[in-house]
Design a binder for this molecule. Sequence first.
Ligand code: ZN
Length: 242
Amino acid sequence: MRYAILSDIHGNLEGLNTVLEHASSQGVDRYVCGGDVVGYNANPKECMDIVRGLDMPCVMGNHDEYIGQDCDLSAFNPIAQEAVLWCRNQLSEEDRQWLRDLRYVRLVDHFSIVHSTMDSPRYWGYVQDASDAAANFTYQSTNLCFHGHTHVPQMFIDDGVDIHHGSFIEPLKLQIGNRYFINVGSVGQPRDGDPRAAYCIYDSEEETVELFRLEYDIETTKTKIREAGLPERLAERLDYGK
Ligand code: ZN
């Protein structure tokens, strides 16, 4: 089985369509989503409809939570508040219920998905180094788990002695006895300095995980952000992948 693992789509329809087209050319059988379908970019409804239409197993991201629920936004900065309120208005009550119904952790066949980290999936901790990953591994019950949230593709490998932290240079070959916590990066708002959309394909027969980076029509995504009246900063950052 070949799984496309997508995360942090964030309402970026051009990024999502580019990734889906590529994944289908790669013979993907199943699509899986690591959360944050909405927020930041201008097509939250369209992206949600695609995720639902493909019947992707999906977990709750922090933006899915803020936008699905009626939580108090007074702790948010004004730009973030404005973006959340705009996005809530784009969605029907039924869409927002779908977001509220997402679970924090899911098992997909023999691997698991979580948006942030297994040790505190409701508190949105960021896994950036080996010590953060160690906390995750304490609670990770499958050998393989995919996540997102930082928008930076990277991998953490627990070989039973140490935790190794690395980036994708070539496809990762999974080894028996190791445990893996893999960040598939972001489709809709990469933050590792590379503006191209990111996603991974996990091949369960070959036991490989491969990261792909794809150029997409950023100009259209930026124009839509501006036309929606969303903060300019959200358009600018797409060019830098920050
Ligand atoms: Zn995100």
